[in-house]
Design a protein around this ligand. Structure first.
Ligand code: G3P
Ligand code: MG
Length: 267
């Protein structure tokens, strides 16, 4: 005879175990909330938080003097007033650049934030963060090591910890060595040979793919291996429906306004 109370208690315990194992919300704003405000700036984080998002993906790299800061591209031209390779400049120079005017006059003068500034904002507001280690080519190991070490110090004793992700295996290896306790995720824009074994070897807690690569079979394969399945960058409603049906554990989106009600409902 099945006892419904027993199964209800079991399910509740399982939910507790699952949420302790994965303390992150389903909805993650991409590059802060990089369409409504300049990507990877504090203005973007504020925008996403105002729309109800509780987790933020952002791209972290190193200045020439090893200060971790937020920028997507290796080159400064697209999103700042600077020229050339960001990673070749000291933070004193990078901090003077305008990372807002390209987006619109409303954000003129917005600076590229340091990881320290992002940690302060996220921690003060009870938010979660996915730090994508986006190295300047050639310094993947140093970037993984420095970003992970800085993140471990900045978030010490705070929950949830930052989720460290990267397309760069050497960066994740270095992050694992420098801060083994911080959760890691392997990012994939193609299913290269050995990706699954690499994610397991790096003790990744999640794999994050472009949504076109994810389906129910892959979600199940990851879940069976104890990993979560996340996808980027899900903007269209039809793609969201497909990803929900596949059973993904989280989506990274640019469309913070479109999905504000759903993100808010998660609270
Ligand atoms: O972290 C997911 C996503 O941000 C990866 O692509 O180019 O936007 O950093 P990208
Ligand atoms: Mg990114």
């Amino acid at each position: 005879m099945t006892d419904p109370a027993f199964f209800a208690a079991l399910q509740q315990n399982l939910r507790k175990i699952m949420s302790a194992d994965w303390p992150y919300p389903f909805w993650i704003a991409h590059r802060g909330a990089g369409k409504r405000a300049p990507e990877n700036t504090l203005a973007a984080f504020r925008e996403g938080a105002a729309q109800g998002f509780r987790m933020f993906e952002c791209d972290v790299k190193l200045s020439a003097d090893d200060v971790p800061f937020l920028l997507h591209d290796s080159a400064l031209e697209r999103t700042t007033s600077g020229l050339g390779t960001a990673g070749e400049r000291p933070w004193a120079a990078l901090s003077q650049l305008d990372a807002g005017s390209w987006h619109g006059a409303r954000h003129a003068g917005e600076a590229m934030p340091t990881l320290l500034a992002i940690a302060r904002f996220v921690l003060a507001n009870g938010l979660a963060v996915n730090l994508e280690i986006k190295s300047t080519p050639g310094v993947e190991t140093r970037t993984g090591e420095r970003v992970a070490r800085a993140a471990a110090q900045l978030w010490a004793g705070s929950a949830p910890p930052p989720l460290l992700s990267s397309f760069e295996v050497p960066a994740l290896e270095a992050a694992a060595a420098a801060a083994p306790a911080l959760p890691r995720a392997l990012l994939l824009d193609e299913l290269w040979a050995g990706w699954f074994e690499t994610a397991q070897r790096l003790a990744c807690r999640a794999v994050v793919t472009h949504y076109s690569l994810m389906d129910a079979a892959m979600v199940q394969r990851l879940h069976r291996a104890g990993m979560r399945a996340l996808v980027y960058t899900v903007n269209e409603r039809a793609d969201l429906v497909a990803m929900r049906a596949a059973g993904v554990d989280g989506v990274i989106t640019d469309e913070v306004e479109r999905y504000a009600a759903e993100a808010r409902a998660e609270r």
